[in-house]
Design a protein around this ligand. Structure first.
Ligand code: MEV
Length: 458
């Protein structure tokens, strides 16, 4: 067979090669890859679905697909939100996350569950441009053509209008007084769609029409015609906002196996959240915990977790320093109140929601929610996750639970026998003779295998 690198040079781009040709190319090109061509092929083939109709769904989602990358799909039960029960689908590789979400949800279910509300569903697009003339001229021009911009965008917006959404407003924004950078701020309602494609198409159309009208306008001298730079959705959506909250009388907080009282717990819990409000180092880890939950359900429901993360982190920094997205306080004198306010631009139609079999299943599992309902479910998962993380941090510490969940991965790595597993679980989990860590288990297994029973030695 002709070397693929030769074929490539001759006529084809990499993306036009067949899957086998791409794999051959990789094997030929990556000289310091320690795998043989057969080994590369095997690992990639191992995760290809035998059923071609399923495989083609994944292969066509993106470009240069060589295999499928598998992550666990799990569920966190016990979510009670606005009086309705949910089982949250979650896709995540990190152990403890699903367990923590379930544990948090179970705690709050016993105390009335989560209450959610939508604070806004406006999404944004921007048409960025530079303009060097006087502000009052561009303002006059914009006010003359504003209605025309709406009319000219109608072919693109009619369908969304019929669904109850569309382009709601166009505003002229000068970023800083006297600066030459401006943008048109386009506000949209995209109903159950995430809407990025719709927003991008309308933004580009508006940019094109704005530019054409500016060029034909007598208001601008030749050197002052606005220079259009780019048009794109904004992933910062502070007005596409959801809030979930929960509260519990402090007297009802009890953790049977811990020595901590409800009062002490609530006090430390509130301090922990306060720390995340004043210290960006802690806020980042705190919010990461929230996103352990939100990202996992985003993935499971086929939503764009990169967009959602970017928007939420910008929101967390809206006051000029990066802060906690959740808040905790005492209300009514004796209740611990915990809440999360986060922008979540999600969709329940379009994208891969109708294509990916497990994404479809996730939506079925949730009872085919609207985008607004999904925003509240996602925020509840984030808050449950955050609650569990902080609860562990201010009581036992995080490592105890983490390492316990990690234990089975470590045992798998050492190919522990049934007998070894029993001894290890007894030593580390039941008797708690040592703190679980990779090296402690490695040493323990070595001693067992060398014939020294560590628990029996002096
Ligand atoms: C680990 O994935 C997440 C935590 O670090 C979150 C937190 O510290 O709040 C436990």
């Amino acid at each position: 067979m002709e070397e693929v690198s030769v074929i490539l040079k001759k006529n084809k781009s990499f993306s036009k090669l067949s899957r086998d040709e791409k794999i051959n190319y990789i094997a030929e090109t990556i000289s310091d890859c320690h795998l043989t061509e057969q080994e590369i092929k095997k690992v990639l083939d191992d995760f290809i679905y035998a059923d071609e109709s399923i495989q083609s769904v994944f292969a066509e989602l993106t470009e240069n697909t060589l295999s499928n990358f598998v992550l666990p799909f799990g569920v966190a039960p016990h979510f009670l939100l606005n009086g309705k029960d949910y089982i949250a689908p979650m896709v995540i590789e990190e152990s403890s996350v699903i367990a923590a979400a379930s544990k948090g949800a179970k705690f709050w279910k016993q105390h009335g569950g989560f209450r959610g509300r939508i604070l806004g569903t406006i999404k944004l697009g921007q048409v960025h441009f530079y303009y060097k003339g006087p502000y009052k001229v561009i303002e006059k021009f914009f006010s003359h053509i504003k209605e025309e911009l709406f009319v000219l965008a109608t072919p693109l917006t009619t369908k969304m209008n019929k669904r109850g959404g569309g382009l709601l407003n166009i505003e002229l924004v000068q970023q800083e007084k006297d600066s030459h950078y401006y943008y048109l701020k386009l506000s949209f309602q995209t109903c159950n769609a995430m809407g990025a494609n719709f927003i991008n198409s309308v933004s580009e159309e508006i940019s094109k029409n704005f530019s054409q009208m500016a060029k034909g306008s007598s208001l601008f001298s030749q050197d002052q015609i606005p220079l259009m730079i780019m048009s794109i959705v904004s992933n910062y959506n502070p007005d596409c906002l959801v809030e979930v909250e929960c509260s519990v009388p402090i007297k009802d907080i009890s953790f049977p196996r811990l020595m901590t009282s409800g009062e002490e717990f609530a006090q430390k819990f509130i301090h922990a959240v306060h720390i995340a409000n004043i210290d960006p180092y802690r806020a980042t880890t705190h919010n990461k915990g929230i996103f352990n939950g939100i990202d996992a359900i985003c993935l499971a429901t086929g939503n764009d977790f990169r967009a959602i993360e970017a928007g939420a982190h910008a929101y967390a920094a809206k006051e000029g320093s990066y802060k906690s997205l959740s808040q905790a306080k005492i209300i009514n004198n004796n209740e611990l109140h915990f809440s999360l306010r986060v922008p979540l631009a999600v969709g329940t139609v379009g994208g891969i929601t109708e294509i990916h079999p497990l994404v479809k299943f996730s939506h079925d599992l949730l009872g085919r929610p609207s985008a607004e309902e999904l925003m509240m479910i996602m925020a509840s998962v984030g808050l449950a996750q955050n609650f569990s993380a902080i609860s562990s941090l201010v009581t036992t510490g995080i490592q105890k639970g983490h390492m316990l969940m990690h234990l089975s991965n470590i045992l798998k790595k050492f190919e522990a026998t049934l007998e070894e597993r029993e001894k290890i679980l007894f030593h580390f989990q039941i008797e708690e003779k040592e703190t679980i860590s990779f090296s402690a288990i490695e040493n323990y297994i070595s001693s067992l295998r060398e014939g020294n029973h560590p628990d029996l030695s002096a």
